[in-house]
Design a protein around this ligand. Structure first.
Ligand code: 6GU
Length: 271
């Protein structure tokens, strides 16, 4: 299966530069990924190639005109139709507007998008899009987070990148994306490589032990610890095992400087 993205932008070269390197370059070379870049300016019909105009009602900033954006998306849809006709998958292909007003992009959204064979991404510049683009052309609207960028290009690249690395075979590693932060709902455990002692800072002994069960348990616990300390909001969504909850209680007690209320394991009770 190959996935096709069409990026509509006033600055295709911004996107081209990122797509020419590393994993996305390799995914395209291997036929897993295709990205078609379209310059919205090429679809402006007037002699000045205008893509933006003053806002009705006054105020600052410029607004992306509807005609060139509609024309560009309709050209993309004609290309899709030439490839696969009016199949269901074609008719349901997302046409996504990238704006700070969209739904927030998460790993869950990336997984959802990875099921589609074709996706169009429309990048805005200026103050925003004429509302008719949102109402009558786009099928979805995505933001990559609560901050404002000068345009949608970086956001489009974030979407292409996050979705592509989920495609089977896109990462060199056969385990693919399954060990990622967020695949498990937890942050990743700490990683180490050689040398075992760098400036007196040593690698945790367990990782050198060759005991795979012990290593797996250590990694799971360090993921839990890191998630608890940095992103406790993520833990609320998970079902943890009894011993994992006990481990986090110990982490919390230690953090608070409380002595660990440990039961005596001798079975003798006593003082
Ligand atoms: Cl998709 N576009 C812009 N311009 N700013 C953003 C964004 C998108 N997502 C977060 N900030």
């Amino acid at each position: 299966m190959t996935m096709r993205f069409d990026i509509l932008t006033l600055f295709p070269e911004i996107c081209a530069a990122y797509l020419r390197e590393s994993i996305l370059k390799r995914a395209q070379a291997s036929g897993l990924l295709r990205v078609h870049l379209h310059n919205i300016r090429d679809y402006a019909a007037d002699k000045h190639k205008m893509t933006d105009d003053l806002p009705y009602g006054g105020g600052g900033g410029m607004v992306m005109k509807p005609e060139p954006v509609f024309a560009a998306v309709e050209a993309v849809m004609r290309e899709w139709r030439l490839e696969i006709g009016d199949s269901i998958s074609n008719l349901q292909s997302p046409i996504i507007l990238l704006t700070p007003q969209g739904r927030t992009f998460t790993q869950t959204v990336a997984r959802e998008l990875a099921h589609h064979e074709r996706i169009a991404l429309i990048c805005g510049r200026y103050e925003g899009f004429d509302e008719r683009i949102r109402e009558h052309l786009a099928t979805d609207e995505i933001s990559i987070g609560d901050y404002v960028l000068t345009g949608g290009e970086l956001a489009a690249l974030v979407v292409v990148d996050a979705v592509t690395r989920l495609l089977p075979g896109a990462l060199g590693d056969p385990t693919g994306a399954e060990d990622d932060s967020f695949a498990s709902g937890l942050l990743e455990y700490p990683h180490y490589t050689r040398p075992p002692n760098f400036r007196g800072w040593t690698v945790p002994e367990v990782l050198l032990s060759g005991d795979h069960a012990r290593i797996a348990r250590w990694r799971r616990r360090e993921s839990l610890r890191r998630t608890f300390l940095r992103r406790p909001d993520l833990l609320l969504k998970l079902e943890l095992a009894e011993d994992e909850r006990r481990f986090l209680t110990d982490v919390a007690d230690e953090l608070a400087g409380r002595p660990r209320p440990r039961v005596d394991s001798s079975g003798q009770g006593g003082q």
